[in-house]
Design a protein around this ligand. Structure first.
Ligand code: DQA
Length: 147
């Protein structure tokens, strides 16, 4: 099973970016842990981060035919990007939306997600653990679909 983890803008700064909100783990640490976790579950995880909306759209398109499921923390694009929403709908690959912080307990502009309605599920508020919980949810969903 091939999975893709996408991270959007500013998530390359994890570890130094507002640690009171996002914690101390760097993105490389999170990616390495998640790759190990996916491997232990019999899946292969590829990771990609970009600060550019179009690069994320291109990566989603490139997933057609080779990726079974997507984990996405689109960062601020979650709240603004119809292009990402359309790309995910266009490729029709199951995806889980995730956030380190609880976006619903923060500023009102973070309460709306353009991606949530099309997602298998949404995980937010568990810090770096949100990635792991999202992976577990996606794997369960894909296994249930396959059986
Ligand atoms: C975030 C939440 C977003 O609102 C914010 O713009 C981010 C990070 C999170 O993981 O908590 O960049 O996606």
């Amino acid at each position: 099973m091939h999975l893709l983890l996408l991270n959007g803008p500013n998530l390359n700064l994890l570890g130094q970016r507002e640690p009171g909100i996002y914690g101390h783990s760097t993105l490389s640490m999170i990616e390495a842990d998640l790759k190990r976790e996916a491997e232990a579950a019999g899946a292969e995880l590829a990771c990609f981060q970009s600060n550019f909306e179009g690069a994320l759209v291109d990566k989603i398109h490139a997933a057609i035919g080779s990726v079974h499921g997507i984990l996405i923390n689109a960062g601020a694009y979650t709240h603004s990007s119809i292009a990402l929403r359309d790309a995910l709908a266009g490729v029709a690959i199951p995806y889980v939306e995730l956030h380190l912080s609880n976006t619903h307990s923060r500023e009102t502009f973070r309460h709306h997600s353009f991606l949530a309605a099309g997602a298998v599920g949404v995980v937010c508020g568990f810090g770096a653990m949100s990635y792991s919980l999202a992976l577990q949810g996606l794997l369960e969903h894909l296994r249930a679909q396959a059986s």
